[in-house]
Design a protein around this ligand. Structure first.
Ligand code: B12
Length: 248
């Protein structure tokens, strides 16, 4: 089967739910990361970077929440994505599909996959790191990198990867669009992401076609312990505090 056919099958299921899919080869990822982050597959193994666009909240998450009788889990949004992945596996029974979600950690707390690097090598969203600066002004300070999507700026989130361990097909690598053109713009972006992320200015570092709805922003800004109430569940059906401050 050609990759286009496989991609269309996956997109037919996840696209209408507000997800975007970008194929990549595991080897492209492994070439970039330190060996402790390697994914243990043949370099030509096909995988997909999955990201949620702003409308995923209304297209997939709210309907998923409405289908629940109680909120018992750590994070219903992660559960919603897991549910989508399960549906995908059931509708493509001829394929072995392994999934890793963005929040998954090894027992030593190392992330199972670095989704920003994935997004970059898959050509989905440029991963801007301090090493992209011609002149680094930060000295000893720790600066986290941020990915920018060409259409949604920072108004999106990575939701993990789908790996097809038995599929090895030709695929040409494409660079992600480099949308931050100057050192000044890059400094502003990284400063906003690191020091001021709650104001969301980093998400608007380019003109975007769509943002999160007010309802979605309110949901993420609400402490996890109160999100259940916001979604219409009673107070004792709340979400654990352990996920406090995750705003994707
Ligand atoms: C741990 C984590 C945190 C930690 C630490 C942050 C960090 N970056 O380390 C904390 C709790 C602070 C955090 C906070 C936030 N986070 Co956070 N976090 C993560 C998480 C789970 C892992 C990141 C990680 O540990 N990286 C490890 C380091 C070593 O990776 P690295 O610096 O990228 O280094 C690699 C690359 O440089 C690569 N590499 C080397 N050379 C080259 C060359 C090229 C060209 C490329 C592409 C790569 C490459 O190799 C290195 C590894 O060997 C990711 C999800 C994930 N699974 O990736 C989300 C993630 C980075 N977080 C995200 C967000 C949105 C946030 C917050 C805004 C909100 C929040 N609360 O969730 C804040 C904002 C940051 C801040 N100002 O504090 C988003 C970022 C989206 C984006 N547009 O980029 C992510 C991707 C989650 C998601 N699902 O989308 N986060």
């Amino acid at each position: 089967m050609a990759l286009e056919v496989l991609q269309k099958s996956v997109e037919a299921l996840l696209g209408p739910q507000g997800f975007e899919l970008h194929p990549f080869k595991i080897g492209w990822y492994n070439e970039k990361v330190q060996s402790i982050f390697y994914l243990p597959y043949h370099k030509d193994t096909i995988a997909f970077c999955v990201l949620s666009t702003p409308s995923m909240y209304e297209k997939a998450f709210l309907p998923y929440v409405r289908s629940l009788t109680a909120l018992t889990s750590r994070d219903p949004l992660d559960d919603c994505v897991a549910h989508q992945y399960q549906c995908l596996k059931e509708s493509l029974p001829d394929y072995k599909i392994e999934t890793i979600q963005d929040y998954e950690l090894h027992p030593n707390r190392r992330p199972k996959v670095l989704v920003q690097t994935v997004g970059h090598v898959a050509g989905a969203a440029y991963y801007y790191q301090r090493s992209d600066m011609k002149h680094d002004p930060w000295g000893e300070k720790k600066i986290f990198g941020v990915s920018i999507h060409p259409k949604y700026g920072g108004w999106f989130a990575f939701r993990g990867i789908l790996i097809f361990p038995e599929v090895q097909l030709p695929l040409v690598q494409r660079d992600p669009p480099n949308v931050i053109k100057t050192d000044d713009a890059l400094k502003y972006l990284l400063d906003q992401f690191n020091d001021n992320w709650k104001e969301n200015k980093y998400r608007d570092c380019i003109d975007v076609v769509e943002r999160y709805s007010q309802e979605q922003i309110e949901y993420f800004m609400t402490p996890p312990s109160q999100r259940g109430k916001l979604l219409g569940f009673s107070a004792d059906e709340t979400i654990a505090e352990s996920v406090a401050d995750r705003f994707h």
